[in-house]
Design a protein around this ligand. Structure first.
Ligand SMILES: NC(=O)c1ccc[n+]([C@@H]2O[C@H](COP(=O)([O-])OP(=O)(O)OC[C@H]3O[C@@H](n4cnc5c(N)ncnc54)[C@H](O)[C@@H]3O)[C@@H](O)[C@H]2O)c1
Length: 525
């Protein structure tokens, strides 16, 4: 057990050191864990003493995280038990009452401080993202900076989100003899479950709005990106957020997930992950608010009058950034036959320029996160080729590293036309008309985003009206950002909207107080 001396200000470097020593466990910012606390950091700030406990699970069981690049074991983290989860939820519930009474400006200050800490430690956190999920350096840094920007924006926007007043006399037959005061109040304890692909950003996009609206949180880290996610939690702790408000549990979702999502102290769940996970969680969770951002099969529709150069660069970037491991990656192209050859040739040329290698070398294409993900992608390719698809760029694989693959002449009988590869694989379907493309997109059970490429904005708008997806981009690639735009999946792609304002609203509920007057009260000028 080690302690920092009173008055010193530990930084994330402390975590970095532990990371190097391969001794990462879990943060339980609640009651003292009675079993073997390994490291205790006492943080002294002007107002309060905060305790960040890093301990071992009550079961003593650990999980191992392996490098996507070479398969070696990189971290050991605790497999949290139901007992650990109980402690975290009780700590969250107890602290939430006090946190909700913290003035809004002060909550905003804490968030802004966390953003400063993240920015000043962007290199360490980016290293962790490179190690854990093979994100290249440029994208890793950008994830951290974007997260700091997001947290600050949440703090700003949250300051402006206040309640409102309503009078009854706008409803037929009513008089102005009541006053309805509409308040936004916290939900309570929010369970935040981010995915592996943005373990910092997609955790912060849940935690920051939840905190700003007066909720406490329990974070369940993804199984890849555990350490990066812990860095984010540590930034909130180091910003001075009181003990118990931010809690983190590590462990496998498949083992501890059911216990967490059905826990009686959970008042809301915000989850980003695969559709299968989201559907299963939503069936178990019961009658609490759910915010779910799930899988996508985002299509790019290219019609006859499209600007082909623009379509090619948007589709190539949309399909292959971070190896296609993005919910909003372009996961299928529907191109009308008249321009199909030109589009395919252009994509081939562009994609052949992508560098393939390691995240440290800042390669465009890096290993996918897991061996099983690579196996899955390979099976999709084999199935398509067997059924007649043509390889525009050849499928090539070395362990988890998959070279960017384009398949042409894909049809509806191939699995890749419907499933989400979550890898550097782009299927192209040649269609007779734009109407056929719309029909195919709408047949997908997923409805996250889509793109339409056309010079005729009126026609593009007309087509967009028919598409059953949460967002449609005209002449641009699908994207979750900028982070203040609303972001929502339709159908099996999610429940509710994210985006700064929408998430702040989702992390609160409305409480009305109605004052009844004996007389009508019309305010005079
Ligand atoms: N729509 C979006 O905003 C968005 C953004 C990023 C990723 N995604 C989707 O996420 C998927 C990739 O991420 P992933 O592989 O981490 O997804 P995943 O579904 O395997 O896991 C997501 C999170 O859920 C947890 N989890 C797994 N089983 C659980 C259970 N039974 N109960 C509770 N939690 C459980 C995991 O530990 C992880 O933290 C893709 O399908 C991608 O499209 C969606």
């Amino acid at each position: 057990m080690t302690k920092t001396t009173k008055g010193t200000q530990p930084t994330l470097a402390t975590l970095s050191k532990m990371e190097k020593d391969n001794v990462f466990f879990y943060l339980l910012n609640g009651e003292w864990s009675k079993h073997c606390l390994d490291i205790i950091i006492v943080l002294l700030t002007i107002e309060l003493i905060f305790l960040v406990c890093i301990g071992t699970s009550s079961t003593g069981k650990v999980c191992k995280e392996h490098s996507p690049c070479n398969g070696t074991e990189i971290y050991t983290y605790q497999s949290c038990s139901s007992e650990d989860a109980n402690q975290a939820f009780h700590a969250a519930a107890a602290s939430q009452v006090m946190w909700a009474k913290t003035p809004l400006w002060k909550r905003a200050e804490y968030l802004k401080q966390a953003a400063i800490i993240l920015r000043s430690h962007q290199d360490e956190i980016a290293n962790s993202l490179m190690n854990e999920i093979a994100k290249n350096r440029k994208n890793a840094i950008s994830e951290v900076v974007r997260t700091a920007d997001l947290i600050e924006y949440v703090a700003e926007e949250g300051m402006r989100l206040s309640g409102k007043l309503m009078y009854p006399d706008s409803f037929p037959g009513q008089k102005r003899n009541q006053l309805c005061l509409i308040h936004r109040v916290p939900l309570g304890v929010v369970l935040c479950i981010p995915p592996f692909n943005y373990p910092v950003n997609l955790c912060a996009s849940k935690v920051a709005p939840a905190l700003m609206m007066g909720n406490s949180v329990v974070i369940k880290t993804p199984s890849h990106g555990v350490i990066s996610c812990l860095y984010l939690a540590a930034a909130f702790h180091l910003a001075g957020i009181p003990r118990g408000v931010v809690n983190v549990l590590t462990g496998k979702g498949s083992e501890i997930g059911d216990y967490l999502v059905t826990h009686p102290l959970v008042n809301a769940i915000s989850l980003t992950g695969g559709t299968h996970t989201g559907l299963s969680v939503s069936k178990k969770a019961g009658m609490i608010p759910l915010q779910m951002e799930l899988g996508g099969k985002d299509a790019a529709i290219v019609v006859c009058d499209a600007d082909l150069q623009q379509s090619i660069s948007s589709i190539a970037s949309g399909a292959f950034s971070y190896n296609g491991q993005r919910c909003t990656a372009v996961k299928i192209v529907y191109v009308v036959k008249q321009v199909a050859d030109a589009l395919v040739d252009g994509l081939k040329e562009q994609v052949e320029k992508l560098s393939v290698g390691s995240p440290q070398d800042n390669a465009d294409i890096t290993p996918v996160v897991h061996h099983s993900s690579a196996d899955y992608i390979e099976k999709l390719v084999q199935d398509a080729i067997q059924k007649g698809a043509k390889q525009v760029t050849p499928f090539k694989r070395k362990d988890n590293l998959i070279w960017p693959t384009i398949l042409d002449h894909v049809d509806k009988n191939m699995r890749v036309a419907w499933e989400e590869p979550f890898g550097p694989l782009l299927p192209i379907v040649r269609v007779d008309s734009e109407v056929q493309a719309i029909e195919m997109v709408n047949k997908s059970p997923m409805g996250l985003q889509a793109s339409i490429f056309s010079r005729n904005m009126e026609n593009a708008m007309f087509l967009a009206d028919f598409l059953k997806t949460g967002t449609i981009h005209l002449n641009g690639q699908p994207a979750r950002g900028p982070d203040h735009f609303p972001f929502q999946g339709w159908k099996d792609s999610g429940i509710g909207s994210q985006g700064v304002l929408y998430s702040l609203e989702a992390m609160s509920k409305i409480k009305s107080i109605v004052i009844h007057f004996a007389k009508e009260t019309y305010t005079c000028n």
